[in-house]
Every structure is written in structure tokens, then in C-alpha cells.
Design a protein around this ligand. Structure first.
Ligand code: FES
Length: 115
């Protein structure tokens, strides 16, 4: 699902993601669940639609873990495409230069919301 989410939805508590790290979280919207990839590196927090542009799989591994390499790159659990943790830009692998789709966010009271 690539539809943008409306502002004001709770994505997750900041405590749901390591620093540096990334986590896949489900956001309830319009009677469905949208999988969101939440990333953190210091004060840089970002959210993306959890869909790899290579073949459309979610980025986490089968055990639910999202691989973060060298604290800077998200590595897709399916075929190894990698993305900059702060921007979602393609950093290598089979994603052919395509990055992740960013979701605008705001952080209030240690909670991440759509913006
Ligand atoms: S689906 Fe992510 S690298 Fe293939």
C-alpha cells in the first residue's frame, strides 16, 4: 500500500526503535493496517512506507527484525537492497536507484505522529 496517511495518526513511541535502528510498525488507518518503517539515528527520526522498491516486499527479515548496517543503512531482508537510514535513498543493491517512500512526521512527547 503506498497511499499517504493523513496527519495526526500515532505511528509509534520513540522507544519502539533503537538508536541507531529501524523497526517495522503497523499503523491502523481506514480499517486496514499500513506497515511503516520507522528509523532513528541520533536526533534524526524518519518514517517510510515499508515496501522495498525492488520487488515490493516489506524490509524486515522473517523474524521481524530490520537489519541496520554500520548504523547508517537499512538492508532489505529479501534480496539485500540498502537504503540511507535518514533519507531512504538507495545506497546499493537491486533497487536500481529507487528509494523508499517517505512519510511526513512530527515528534511530540516522545511519540511519532504522521504530519
Ligand atoms: S524486495 Fe528488497 S531487495 Fe528485493
Amino acid at each position: 500500500m503506498t497511499a499517504m496517511l493523513p496527519a495526526g495518526l500515532v505511528i509509534a513511541s520513540l522507544a519502539a526503535v533503537d538508536d541507531p535502528g529501524a523497526a517495522a510498525v503497523d499503523v491502523a488507518y481506514a480499517g486496514a493496517r499500513v506497515s511503516v518503517l520507522l528509523t532513528r539515528r541520533g536526533s534524526s527520526i524518519a518514517a517510510f512506507i515499508n515496501r522495498c522498491p525492488h520487488a515490493g516486499y516489506p524490509l524486515q527479515c522473517a523474524d521481524g527484525r530490520v537489519v541496520v548496517q554500520a548504523g547508517r543503512y537499512i538492508v532489505c531482508g529479501a534480496h539485500g537492497a540498502s537504503f540511507e537510514i535518514e533519507t531512504g535513498a538507495c545506497a546499493g543493491g537491486p533497487c536500481n536507484g529507487e528509494g523508499l517512500t517517505r512519510i511526513p512526521i512530527t515528534v511530540r512527547d516522545a511519540t511519532v505522529f504522521t504530519a
